[in-house]
Design a protein around this ligand. Structure first.
Ligand code: SF4
Length: 263
């Protein structure tokens, strides 16, 4: 891929690798549909009122996301599968914008595992020092580059187990890479996906893995490739954690969340 593509997902996947994810892009859920003027629920209630995903409603939710943004993209800049992997590793507990600021310069000099090794850990640390947890992340970038060369001929494997065996790579990072670099139908669950899935009653999962499993089961198959991006973008720009923008939500009348705010 020659153009910086946009990426990803984050619930706080730790630099050590395991955990949840976070992600981003343009407002997937921004829309003109106003919330219906039905009974005014309490703001801040945490319990979704939905008893579970209704198939027709789920299909309609993703139909609207598709209509609004047929090809959703994330925001992590990269030029190939390797730089995508590095960018996602660096993005744990950091913003995409902050990562991009650092990686634009880094990827100009190191866009392959071998070039990264040639650059060396000290230099990598200098490039990424504006990103949180940069010391651990720089160490992981070097270590995963070594492992890619030693065990995969310098290529990024299109395999979940092989990816999660790399230093600093957890399930969420692997899902992002498998999805964006290899076109696999995976569900990277970050903090936004986790929240939105629960609010919409698509999952009642208490951890990212449970939400991932639920979403893989209930999201229409033809929407699985883009679903995590739509949910991330919706959570990032519309269904915000503290003050969801329900009045500008394209799926407002399909939402039964107790967090829904009717103005
Ligand atoms: S809580 Fe508000 S913003 Fe979030 S999905 Fe429901 S209506 Fe939309």
């Amino acid at each position: 891929m020659s153009k910086p593509a946009k990426s990803s997902a984050r619930i706080a996947e730790k630099p050590g690798g395991k955990g949840a994810a976070k992600s981003g892009g343009k407002a997937a859920g921004a829309g003109k549909a106003a919330a219906s003027k039905k009974p005014t629920p309490k703001t801040g209630s945490k319990a979704p009122k939905s008893k579970g995903p209704d198939r027709a409603r789920t299909v309609e939710i993703f139909r609207r996301f598709t209509a609004l943004n047929p090809e959703p993209k994330g925001e992590l800049e990269h030029v190939n599968a390797y730089t995508l992997l590095v960018a996602v590793v660096l993005s744990a507990q950091a913003t995409d914008a902050g990562v991009n600021k650092a990686t634009r310069a880094l990827f100009k000099v190191a866009d392959t595992p071998q070039k990264m090794l040639t650059l060396g850990e000290d230099q990598v640390r200098e490039y990424v020092k504006t990103i949180g947890l940069f010391r651990t992340k720089a160490k992981n970038v070097i270590a995963l580059s070594e492992k890619l060369i030693a065990e995969h001929g310098g290529a990024v494997p299109a395999d979940r187990d092989a990816l999660t065996a790399l230093p600093g790579v957890g399930r969420k990072t692997a899902n992002v890479v498998l999805n964006m670099a290899f076109g696999q139908k995976t569900m990277a669950v970050d903090t936004h996906v986790f929240r939105v899935a629960n609010r919409l009653g698509l999952s009642a999962g208490k951890n990212p893995e449970a939400v991932e499993a639920d979403l893989m089961r209930v999201v229409p198959d033809d929407c699985l490739l883009h679903a995590h991006h739509w949910l991330i973008l919706h959570g990032r720009y519309t269904c915000l954690a503290r003050k969801p923008r329900c009045g500008n939500c394209v799926i407002a009348e399909l939402c039964t969340s107790g967090d829904k705010v009717i103005e």
